[in-house]
Design a protein around this ligand. Sequence first.
Ligand SMILES: NC(=O)c1ccc[n+]([C@@H]2O[C@H](COP(=O)([O-])OP(=O)(O)OC[C@H]3O[C@@H](n4cnc5c(N)ncnc54)[C@H](OP(=O)(O)O)[C@@H]3O)[C@@H](O)[C@H]2O)c1
Length: 245
Amino acid sequence: MSIAILGNGNMGKGLAKRLAGKASVIVGSRSGGTSYADAVKGADIVVLALPYAAALEAAGSLDLKGKVVVDMSNPITADFSGLTIGHTTSAAEQISKVATGARVVKAFNTIFAALLDAPAAATASVPVFVAGNDEAAVAAVADLVGKAGFAVEQVGGLDGARLVEPVGMLNIRLGYGLGRGTSIARPGSRSERPARNDKGRRRAPFLHSAMSVALTWAPAPSPFAGLPSAAKIRPWPFQPVRPVP
Ligand SMILES: NC(=O)c1ccc[n+]([C@@H]2O[C@H](COP(=O)([O-])OP(=O)(O)OC[C@H]3O[C@@H](n4cnc5c(N)ncnc54)[C@H](OP(=O)(O)O)[C@@H]3O)[C@@H](O)[C@H]2O)c1
């Protein structure tokens, strides 16, 4: 399987790093090197590591016929305070409408880019939710997710993106708005909860809370670390609170 990743930003770079040596990967960029159009030419899977609007534009203008297209976008407002689309459709379904002849699969939108910098062993039980209408396309993306070092959690057809995009938004609220940092991830649904330590807290290998865990490889979490455009989210509408132990 040959993979084109469009967009050399936080997610694109991180995913390319995770897949290095495990798959044939080419990164397309509008800022030099291989163009998006050239990158997709020989690819079986095209990963849109682009903001939602740019992903929509790329999906509608590139020749993606016969390709598996991965949408990882979280369609959020400019101030990062909420989703711009949902309930009866999703970013992935909108992308699918314009990506003529492609099979679109939702994946990776609930994974903070910072996790891609972690050792793969630290994320092996972190679920990547995968939604798609085409069985073979979902299987190909599930394989890609495994190679990238995450656990696959299939959530059915592409309308499952209506559910996982709000989960991405929840991550953003927890990570940035509520100051939990960008090392948090959903606990794996099949993993066992670790034993409590002498302070009664569950720490090894993950720090658990009701909604998310902070992976212990990460440096001290900073609410704005890794945010590509932190200026955009100030003033943040939510008051930071103390993390739930
Ligand atoms: N960051 C996260 O933690 C995270 C987590 C889950 C999902 N996501 C989703 O993943 C996608 C990529 O996020 P990211 O954090 O990697 O973003 P990013 O660092 O801003 O990178 C996005 C890349 O998209 C390309 N691009 C094309 N048109 C653009 C435009 N009009 N404005 C800005 N960039 C444009 C640029 O790459 P070239 O110049 O190389 O073409 C840019 O580097 C987004 O849809 C986001 O919602 C992000």
